[in-house]
Design a protein around this ligand. Structure first.
Ligand code: URA
Length: 422
């Protein structure tokens, strides 16, 4: 087999055979196919697409590139969730302990921030002492002991995706439905969860900007999961505006702890409880009430044990950025729009995200929002507080906030639901 003929097949809108797919994924993982050849193929896939058979085979080949985990020794059913990425999306933090408090085991292999979207591991690393990197044995032991674990995927899990994802990130080939679906599902299937709830984000702050694209991505992923024996459901959820009132690592941990303490912003609570219900249902647990487990402190108990089991101090002071800058409301009225993408880019520029893979993130950097779409604001009141350790970043962040919100009479404002479709 030679890579040029595989690239030419897709470049000329042909269908890749099973043999071509198996070979190219294996050869790329082993380093026989070069990055520049794989990026040409990824671009051809982005431009010309793949049919369901090709996507299924591509996903199976990525799973086969590494090891598979096995949770069959656990006494509880496993349930996992995956978000396609958004701004202020801290849901995994309260959700994993909540679902564990309701009786499921939650093996939550998570990622780092990508572009303007935040990453669960970066958020949790703002807790002093907390470790994202666990061996497979440590991961099983935390999961068995507390019911939930949030950690980085080991190097052995879907290594083809690790290489390919990093390559896509720098070659403009992230936003391809076949590549996103196979990337997410290869990791989740290799991880060995029994059931999976997908939170497919739609809107300016998401990779899928339209409901039609989000539907196609969701149905492709549900099909892949189902074919591999993983009970999979998907919710399409709004990402036109950030989730909650914070975007940034330590800021989002603080907000998640508020949710676990029975408070927190209504949209974060609503989505956390909706996803928890789906996960419990998929895991066959029908007699638990996630809203009650948030209110009575049992989810908080699991959170504290889970953080401590990974070396973190759940009582430690979270880092606070050295400098703040307040953006005030320029007029009075109703906040009718607050754009998720612009807020995500500004938080990223303040230091909450990285420009290159190897960059460190600032734990305290990010944005606090003092109003959500639909809220009434008064001229001169604080609308956003920007946080960073490096004040020379304020100007750059403020540029991306130009045009990021509208204030009007509110006469034509209609609130967008958090959950758009199931
Ligand atoms: N998350 C992933 O893991 N992969 C993608 O391609 C996009 C989001």
């Amino acid at each position: 087999m030679d890579v040029i003929s595989v690239i030419r097949t897709k470049r000329d809108r042909g269908e890749l055979t099973d043999e071509q797919i198996d070979w190219v994924i294996d050869a790329y993982t082993r380093g026989e196919v070069a990055d520049e050849q794989m990026s040409a193929l990824a671009m051809a896939i982005l431009l010309n697409g793949m049919n369901r058979r090709e996507i299924a085979r591509w996903t199976a080949a990525m799973i086969a590139s590494g090891e598979r985990m096995d949770f069959s020794s656990l006494s509880r059913p496993t349930a996992d969730k995956h978000s396609t990425g958004g701004v202020g999306d801290k849901i995994t933090l309260p959700l994993a302990p909540l679902v564990a408090a309701c009786g499921a085991a939650v093996p939550q292999l998570s990622g780092r921030g990508l572009g303007h979207t935040g990453g669960t591991l970066d958020k949790l690393e703002s807790i002093p002492g907390w470790r994202a990197l666990l061996s497979n044995e440590e991961m099983l032991s935390v999961l068995d002991g507390t019911g939930a674990v949030i950690c980085a995927a080991g190097d052995g899990l879907a290594p083809a995706d690790k290489k390919l994802y990093a390559l896509r990130d720098v070659t403009g080939t992230v936003e391809a439905i076949p590549l996103i679906a196979s990337s997410i599902m290869s990791k989740k299937i290799a991880e060995g969860t029994g059931s999976l709830v997908l939170d497919v984000k739609v809107g300016s702050g998401a990779f899928m900007k339209t409901i039609e694209d989000a539907r196609e991505l969701a149905s492709t992923m549900v099909g892949l999961g189902t074919d591999h024996g993983v009970k999979t459901v998907a919710l399409l959820t709004d990402m036109s505006t950030p989730l909650g009132l914070t975007a940034g690592n330590a800021l989002e941990v603080r907000e998640s702890v508020e949710v676990l303490a029975g408070g927190g912003p209504a949209d974060v609570v609503e989505l956390t409880v909706a996803l928890a219900r789906e996960m419990l249902d998929a895991a066959g647990i029908r007699d638990a009430d996630p809203a009650k487990a948030l209110a009575d402190g049992s989810a908080m108990d699991v959170w504290r044990r889970m953080i401590a089991a990974q070396g973190g101090d759940p009582d430690a002071q979270l880092p606070v950025a050295r400098e703040q800058h307040v953006v005030k409301a320029p007029s009075s009225g109703v906040l009718t729009r607050l754009d998720a993408y612009d807020i995500g880019v500004a938080a990223w520029r303040l230091g909450a995200g990285r420009a290159r893979k190897e960059d460190p993130v600032q734990a305290g950097a990010g944005i606090e929002m003092h109003a959500k779409p639909g809220d009434t604001v008064t001229e001169g009141q604080p609308l956003l507080t920007l946080h960073t350790d490096t004040p020379d970043r304020f100007e750059y962040a403020l540029q991306s906030l130009e045009g990021s919100f509208d204030i009007g009479s509110g006469a034509d404002f209609t609130a967008t639901p958090v959950v758009l479709e199931r």
